[in-house]
Write a protein of this length. Structure first.
Length: 188
């Protein structure tokens, strides 16, 4: 079974994530992608960037289905998946496997997402909030993507947060996701 078919059969189908896939046929469904530049972001065209990005590949159903950088889906689908992990009510994973997503699987001294973070099966797991300089709780799971998204699950505070932007790399690891995170925790 090829990766797109496996993901549909094993994850997005059972989760009811009908708008999440490795390609998008209707170009009107996506926004223009931008990359960091000064004094303002610039439109990404797929060339001339310090990191090779190809925003147009999502419209090519024949492109290699990259599990790490090749899917698109709406916020609702992403939240549905992440909430199933936070609540332990996943239709695709049993409870022990879901819990293991939040367990440290590899200690790398901060390579996962900086100081205070280590790798879990589901992304980066926060082990030392003070070292990381974050208000998030120990055990928070997070990940991000180069095209400008960031998400985290704080099971202690009952939070699932998803930010989907169209700016690489600001939306992933710039001021915006930090300011958003901090504003959320200040409001609690």
């Amino acid at each position: 079974m090829k990766l797109p078919e496996a993901i549909t059969a094993l994850v997005t189908g059972p989760m009811g994530m009908g708008d999440t896939a490795f390609s998008v046929a209707d170009t009107r469904r996506l926004v223009v992608h931008y990359g960091d530049a000064s004094p303002r972001p610039r439109r990404l065209t797929g060339d001339g960037n310090p990191v090779r990005l190809s925003p147009g590949r999502i419209f090519n159903a024949g492109a290699f289905p990259s599990g790490g950088a090749g899917m698109a889906g709406p916020t609702g689908d992403v939240i549905r998946l992440l909430e199933s992990l936070r609540t332990g009510q996943s239709p695709v994973l049993d409870a022990p496997t879901t819990r293991s997503m939040f367990d440290i699987q590899a200690r790398t001294g901060g390579l996962a997402a900086g100081a205070g973070w280590e790798f879990g099966f589901g992304g980066a797991v926060l082990v030392e909030p003070e070292t990381a300089g974050t208000p998030q709780s120990r055990g928070t799971l997070q990940w991000d993507g180069a095209y400008g998204h960031k998400w985290f699950i704080d099971p202690v505070r009952g939070l699932t947060v998803v930010a989907l932007t169209n700016t690489a790399f600001e939306g992933m690891n710039g001021r915006f996701p930090v300011d958003l995170r901090d504003a959320i925790y200040r409001s609690l």
